[in-house]
Design a protein around this ligand. Structure first.
Ligand code: NI
Length: 174
């Protein structure tokens, strides 16, 4: 089995849009499992297939335990925002593809999303707060958008210049 690796910025594959899956079959379920495994290993809250160089509209999220209640991992294929609230929230975001950088991003506070679950069943979910933020972050990935795109031009420039420099510097070690 091919071992999947997380791509990091400025890898151009992160800016490529993913294509919808026809249905959630065994191969898509396997991809969902692999994404979960890497996400847990890297201690992320979410992971989109684009981040491992697979351009299918598949993403997973696990917020862990929330106020004592275990969160059931959310496995999504073809997630689509049906509605977003006019009210926004400001959340500090990070990303496994932009390691070491965190910044506040403004996004709608509440959303309604449709997706195919691991059993190929169409689901609709209303989310707010952190979950709404994560879902929007992962859908962005499937559209080839990194969270730093939501920052001001100057902030984005500073982060991407640092990332480019770091990559050059560590190239020999990888
Ligand atoms: Ni991310």
């Amino acid at each position: 089995m091919k071992i999947l690796e997380i791509l990091t910025a400025p890898d151009p594959r992160l800016l490529q849009k993913a294509l919808p899956v026809e249905k959630v079959d065994n191969s898509v379920r396997k991809l969902m499992d692999q994404l979960l495994e890497i996400m847990y290993f890297k201690r992320g809250l979410g992971l989109a297939s684009v981040q491992v160089g697979i351009h299918k509209r598949v993403a997973v999220i696990d917020l862990g335990e929330r106020e004592g209640v275990p969160f059931k991992p959310l496995l999504m294929a073809n997630p689509e925002l049906l509605w977003v609230s006019p009210m926004t929230q400001r959340t500090e975001e990070g990303c496994l593809s932009v390691p070491g950088y965190y910044a506040e991003v403004v996004r709608p506070l509440e959303i309604r999303v449709s997706y195919l679950d691991e059993n190929n069943k169409k689901q609709e979910l209303e989310a707010r707060g952190l979950l709404a933020d994560c879902i929007q972050h992962e859908i962005d990935h499937l559209n080839g958008i990194l969270f730093i795109e939501h920052l001001s031009f100057l902030k984005r420039k500073i982060i991407s210049n640092k990332l480019i420099k770091e990559k050059k510097y560590t190239k020999g070690d990888l």
